[in-house]
Write a protein that binds this ligand. Structure first.
Ligand SMILES: Nc1ncnc2c1ncn2[C@@H]1O[C@H](COP(=O)(O)OP(=O)(O)OP(=O)(O)O)[C@@H](O)[C@H]1O
Length: 315
């Protein structure tokens, strides 16, 4: 018998069905459906212009979708309950440059309805979470780019929503600040906050997200855990790249005989077990070829994107 459990269905932090958003001739979001589960960090991974920001902006009510539904903890996205449950960290820095960190947090907190001890505690938590305690009295215009990003995140979360949407929070920051931001997000994950995280960096999606939806041209073209996505595209196979000095012009025949290809410098093979490399090296040696170096390349999310679209993630 088929059972239907409305409680479980409505408890989902986010459920989007058939979302469409057009800007004139451009269809920025083209029928996206996805869900975020309890305590989950869902990554939206896709190149520039894929439709990630428009999806986020539709969820938080900054753009009006042409079609589709958005439910937040079971309530319609426009409802007061839904609005109170989600926080948004926009891609652009949205801070008051002349106010200090503390004053910015105070303003955003009041705007969200906090006051008194609750506001004070929230500011204290935010400054600690963003490691900005010693800059609390500094005006925003004097902060580094990374500090502004961290404060931007803290202002978006000051009222501790149950779910947060982060739109490329590491854009334009140096590697050290990026790590800092990762640690902030990992702290939220440890608390069990549901998160949507958009990025065009594979490494970020792999590090931070439980599941990943790969977005291209406004559509979800694949979704799942990192390992599921790689396995669906490649099974257990990896690439071997063998650089060969082709003095005798025999490398192409050598590669073809083992199911590979040769591009004039590098022979490409697909293998199931790393131990197969020994056989390839042995074969090259027996063919009198000089192997200069060998690389084993395990497929990752970038390879998945390339496989699905024929393009690089950062093109
Ligand atoms: N307000 C707007 N008016 C017109 N076109 C828009 C608008 N916002 C987005 N677009 C277009 O919609 C498409 C999707 O843009 P969107 O910003 O959602 O992509 P994205 O995946 O977030 O990219 P990025 O990483 O560069 O922010 C792009 O072609 C973009 O030019």
């Amino acid at each position: 018998m088929c059972t239907y459990n409305p409680v479980t269905m409505s408890a989902l932090p986010l459920r989007i069905d058939g979302l469409v958003k057009r800007f004139g001739q451009v269809t920025a979001v083209d029928g996206i459906s996805l869900e975020v589960r309890e305590r989950e960090c869902l990554g939206l991974l896709g190149p520039n212009g894929a439709g990630k920001s428009t999806t986020i902006r539709s969820i938080v009510g900054r753009v009006k979708p042409d079609a589709g539904t958005v439910q937040i903890f079971g309530s319609a996205a426009e409802s007061r309950e839904a609005r109170a449950a989600i926080g948004w960290v926009p891609q652009e820095i949205a801070l008051y440059p002349l106010l200090t960190c503390r004053e910015n947090l105070d303003s955003f907190g009041r705007y969200q309805g906090l006051s008194g001890n609750a506001l004070r505690d929230a500011i204290t938590w935010c400054l600690k979470w963003a490691t900005l305690e010693d800059r609390a009295g500094a005006p925003v215009k004097e902060l580094s780019g990374g500090m502004k990003r961290r404060l931007n995140m803290a202002c978006g979360l000051i009222y501790r929503p149950k779910m947060v949407l982060m739109d490329e929070p590491t854009v334009g920051v140096d590697p050290q600040s990026r790590n800092h931001i990762f640690e902030m997000i990992e702290a939220l994950r440890a608390e069990g906050m549901a998160i949507i995280y958009t990025t065009h960096y594979m490494e970020e999606a792999e590090r931070l997200c439980d599941r990943i939806a790969i977005i291209d041209h406004g559509k979800v073209i694949a979704s799942g855990t990192r390992d599921d996505l790689v396995h669906e595209s490649f099974g257990g196979r990896s690439d071997v790249l063998m650089r060969i000095k082709d003095a005798k012009g025999q490398s192409a025949a050598f590669a073809a005989a083992r199911g590979g290809t040769f591009d004039g410098e590098i022979a490409h093979f697909s293998i199931e077990q790393p131990t197969e490399i020994a056989g390839l090296l042995d074969g090259a040696s027996k063919s009198g070829l000089e192997v200069i170096d060998v690389v084993l390349r395990r497929p990752n999310l970038e390879s998945v994107f390339l496989q699905l679209t024929g393009r690089d993630l950062r093109e």
